[in-house]
Design a protein around this ligand. Sequence first.
Ligand SMILES: Nc1ncnc2c1ncn2[C@@H]1O[C@H](COP(=O)(O)OP(=O)(O)OP(=O)(O)O)[C@@H](O)[C@H]1O
Ligand SMILES: [Mg+2]
Length: 267
Amino acid sequence: MSRALLEIEDLTVAYRSEDGRVTTAAEGVTLSLDRGESLCVVGESGSGKSSVAMSVARLLPSPPAFWPKGRILFDGEDVLAMDVARLRELRGRRIGVIFQDPMGSLSPLHRIADQLVETVFLHERMAKASAREFAVEWLGKVGVDDPARVARAYPHELSGGQQQRVMIAMAMMLGPDLLVADEPTTALDVTVQKQILALMRGLVGEKGALLMITHDLGVVSEMATKLAVMKDGRVIETAADVREFFRRPQHPHSQALVAEARKMELE
Ligand SMILES: Nc1ncnc2c1ncn2[C@@H]1O[C@H](COP(=O)(O)OP(=O)(O)OP(=O)(O)O)[C@@H](O)[C@H]1O
Ligand SMILES: [Mg+2]
């Protein structure tokens, strides 16, 4: 049997606080994603979406995070069992990650260009000048207005929307097989959002895959080839046919989500 690019099997994600209390953020999550597919995950705040998505590249600080149960297979390899060196090889090159909080992947201490160049150098042999040019070019692609100026700036000198675009460039520029995107376009205006969603569709093409969290059902209908709804840490509904999901959501909670989105559309 051929294996999907990403297989999450019966995953539990939990956090242990300093005083030993355990919060279970996700439980029994099973999802798979193959090349050419875009899986959108929706669900109310606190339902465990980021906990699952960030586990895929093991980007949750651990402690407090731990995974008492389940497996995450990326191209057949168990991410939860990998050593740090192997994880570093995968991140950026094969798995690109867009965080919900842009500062999650930007260092406050270094100029934007240097951070992008650093990411390139981790994975590719390239002359410094070419890497810089490549980075600035990507800033343009993700809709940064004055890429040369932004390249010279420090993260705190940028708006939230600019930081978000920089992070998107960083996650996408090396053409990863899997892009994990946690609310990637929230701070962006509609034109830039469209531009970035188009870049993402290009990346997915036939060989890539997208795991995207979004609360925007418009983005879901534009992007998703399949969908999962989470509530209270569990996947309560999956749909392989997204249009059918919008016509006939099964779970009462999904019905409420769709009804709410319809109402907002009409307002
Ligand atoms: N570092 C942490 N320590 C303890 N609990 C945490 C931690 N991070 C998240 N949680 C808890 O795990 C649960 C799931 O959180 P998560 O961030 O995965 O939800 P989410 O679906 O991404 O929400 P949102 O839509 O608001 O981003 C929540 O109850 C949250 O309070
Ligand atoms: Mg989240």
